[in-house]
Design a protein around this ligand. Sequence first.
Ligand SMILES: Cc1ncc(COP(=O)(O)O)c(C=O)c1O
Length: 381
Amino acid sequence: MMIYLDNAATSFPKPPEVLEAVRAALAAPASPGRSGHAPALAASRLIHKARKNIARVFGISDNSRICFTANVTWSLNMVISGLGLKAGDHVLSGALEHNSTGRPLERLKREMGVDWEVVPPAKGFLSPSDFKARIRSNTRLVVLNEASNVSGALSPAGDIKEAIGSVPILLDTAQTAGAMPMDDYGQWADFIAFTGHKGLLGPTGTGGLYIKEGLTVRSLAAGGSGSRSESLVHPDFMPDAQEPGTANTHGLAGLAAGAEFILKVGPDRVRRHEMELTQSFLDLISGIPGLTVIGPGQGEMRRVSTVSVVIDGWSCSDLAVSLEKDYGIMIRAGLHCAPLAHQYLGTYPGGTTRFSFGYFNTPADVTTAARALSELARSAK
Ligand SMILES: Cc1ncc(COP(=O)(O)O)c(C=O)c1O
């Protein structure tokens, strides 16, 4: 039997409604926003439903400010590369960033001379005052991974936005969207980048970006939008400005269904369930000799359901192989595309073994994983 504890990579299983929505969309001729025949209009309605449901997840009042992309990596790049940053412009980011922001920022630094500064965590957490203290007159953007995909530490995104004032904040919600209540974010966030295939329970190849009214991002591509076809100039209105080319209709139909599932269950209930599993896992593994939790420990609620560990005498990759081979447990080992975070957490370059719980995991999954760790730690060379 497989025990899937790699929900930080992608969530599994997807609700049956998601599978059915993808199947139904693929079974219809679907070219949304283009032709005027009935199936094309039905496809447009599917995209509209996805936009409406995502707007509800984040409490966004104008859903035309949400554009769909292939994943959060693409959305983050759209803002980082599309803001027109110049040599000498200052950008702040947290230290627990994923390569999806670290690499585009490093590229701007090397190729254009953008001044990228990293805010280090204090005792594993980022603090609003540390961001505030670094804001300068030329700070053009603050980039924040809301929850670390390595340590699980949750950052106080709303408080950080309050502390930085009018400087726009770009949120990487890869590890939070769908996993906790976020229905006030539309009131204060400037850019919300999300991915569809993790907590929102949709298919891979889906994601999107919310751009607050009044902020402009130059689109990375221009092309067919189904609107203003008489003009060679790419439209400048949302969402068409940021959605050149035919949409991933069946993927977005699945994302609409995934978001609807989350809204029906309630993000607060998802959060409660995942935190119960996480806290119980932390309790069960806390006494295992030779095991260290990298990140928030027992009782700490400023976290998401991702728990990284290292065990004396085990490389994280050997541990992952044994967990799969001997116990059927699927997890992820290594650097998790976040070398910067590991440098600040002291686990670079060895990495960690990462367990991540999702809405469909059970207390029995947690007990089995904790028992497996206990047995493997005892057998360490
Ligand atoms: C914090 C964080 N940001 C960005 C990403 C990239 O997600 P995607 O591959 O869906 O673009 C991930 C995925 O692992 C992540 O955990």
